[in-house]
Ligand binder design. Structure first.
Ligand code: NI
Length: 140
């Protein structure tokens, strides 16, 4: 089994604020990430696919097909958006990188069979690089 990974980029802004905390608790927990008007990130996501080498093409995954799927499902959904206000999933959930990772996993998994019918290649992992120092990883 081989793992193939491909990276994509989008930019979006967010504000970290918990519905369970008071204003003061939010400031204490999230610091400047709780500033009222939000701040932006240049997100980089890495989608990993697991499969066997196809004897015909010599490849594990059709990258053009993967690009179409990730671009239409994820990049076009989140690029240049204010996540808190424009995306229904973040009306009730804090748009942390962790929650964004779960949302991306869910959306890719739902759309996967229409691009890749059958068991392989399978969605394996999603990584999101939020800054040069932060990265989260969701194993599917
Ligand atoms: Ni942030």
């Amino acid at each position: 089994m081989i793992l193939v990974s491909r990276r994509y980029k989008f930019s979006a802004s967010h504000r970290l604020q918990s519905f369970l905390f008071s204003e003061q608790e939010n400031r204490e927990v999230f610091g400047k990430c709780n500033n009222p008007f939000g701040h932006g990130h240049n997100y980089e996501i890495e989608v990993s696919v697991r499969g066997e080498i196809d004897p015909g093409s010599g490849r594990v995954v059709d990258l053009a097909r993967l690009d179409n799927l990730v671009t239409s499902t994820i990049v076009e959904r989140y690029d240049h958006r204010y996540l808190n206000e424009e995306l229904p999933e973040f009306k009730t959930e804090i748009p942390t990188t962790e929650n964004l990772g779960r949302q991306i996993e869910k959306r890719l998994a739902e759309a996967w069979p229409s691009s890749f019918p059958g068991a392989r290649p399978a969605l394996a992992r999603i990584r999101i690089f939020e800054t040069e120092r932060n990265m989260i990883e969701v194993d599917h």
